[in-house]
Design a protein around this ligand. Structure first.
Ligand SMILES: Cc1ncc(COP(=O)(O)O)c(C=O)c1O
Length: 290
């Protein structure tokens, strides 16, 4: 049967979206759709919501653009290995060393930290399990967890303690089905930095409850008052951890979609999980390459 021989129906059947998307929200971008409508009605809108430094007069350094342009001209436009090209992996290992992370087991390149988050959560949780995420949150985490059908388990950041994680609240919320904890340090949206003592306390708690720590450090070079950044994995070399980093903010190229993960901790403890992450990395071929 061809399309033209099909009898036209007066009523179109709706193609519904998967029901697991019902609770997927990404407040920042969802709000942008509303703002677009308001702009269409002729109103002026100041876009203070999307964290794109290029919208606020920052410029990508020309030598970075030249390097990518040269790579493309030199024919580096094919697929890369699923973890990333060797030069990038070496550079990420160098970055891990500068951050004081000594127990690195694996590094991999992703299409932005957004993909690192998606991969790392997908590789961890089974139905009925959960991951502790900070509140107020950066909405990517809850969006991915909702997509995976995972119940949200948010812990408080304490405004009266410079927005440090509220340890008592974390302790209250850990259950036998909790598999991991997300730290965003420096934090979005609060801008706070975790103290060394806080990182040590989170490490102790993670160790005691057998949790993997996802330490999102995408803003580690953007601390404006000069306070040194302390990488979680540097104070907790034995605790299973994936440190997230990327080029979007620190190197002013959010549109290039380049991020990475650094897996560290006790070797035996992270082996099976790392294999799972690599299976997912292979399943999506590779990240952006040139
Ligand atoms: C805390 C945090 N993590 C991850 C991301 C996503 O970054 P990427 O552009 O690398 O996907 C952002 C972007 O705003 C962020 O604020």
């Amino acid at each position: 049967m061809t399309l033209t021989s099909m009898t036209p129906t007066s009523q179109a059947h709706e193609i519904s979206a998967a029901s697991r998307l019902e609770h997927v929200r990404y407040a920042i971008r969802d709000l942008a759709c509303v703002a677009d409508e308001v702009v269409k009605q002729g109103h002026k809108v100041l876009p203070l919501n999307v964290g794109d430094p290029l919208n606020f007069d920052f410029q990508t350094p020309p030598h970075i653009i030249e390097a990518v342009y040269k790579a493309m001209r030199d024919g580096k436009n094919g697929y890369s290995p699923s973890s990333g090209i060797p030069e990038a992996l070496q550079a990420i290992r160098g970055e891990a060393a500068r951050k004081g992370i000594t127990t690195v087991h694996d590094v991999f390149v992703t299409s932005g930290v957004s993909e690192t988050v998606d991969l790392c959560l997908s590789a961890l949780v089974n139905p009925g399990e959960d991951v502790l995420t900070p509140s107020p949150d950066y909405p990517l985490y809850s969006a991915v967890l909702c997509k995976l059908g995972i119940r949200l388990n948010a812990y408080d950041l304490n405004e009266d303690d410079a927005w440090q994680p509220e340890l008592a609240d974390i302790e209250r919320k850990v259950t036998p089905r909790t598999r991991g904890i997300v730290l965003i340090n420096p934090n979005n949206p609060t801008g706070s930095l975790c103290t060394r003592q806080m990182l040590e306390q989170v490490a102790e708690l993670a160790h005691r409850h057998n949790l993997i720590v996802f330490s999102d450090e995408i803003y580690d070079k953007l601390i404006l008052d000069g306070t040194p950044h302390i990488a979680f994995a540097s104070v907790a070399p034995d605790v299973p951890c994936v440190t997230f980093g990327g080029m979007s903010k620190n190197y002013l190229v959010p549109g290039w979609r380049i991020g990475w993960g650094i897996v560290s901790g006790d070797a035996a403890a992270v082996k099976a999980y790392t294999d799972g992450v690599n299976r997912l990395l292979r399943a999506r071929l590779c990240a952006n390459h040139p």
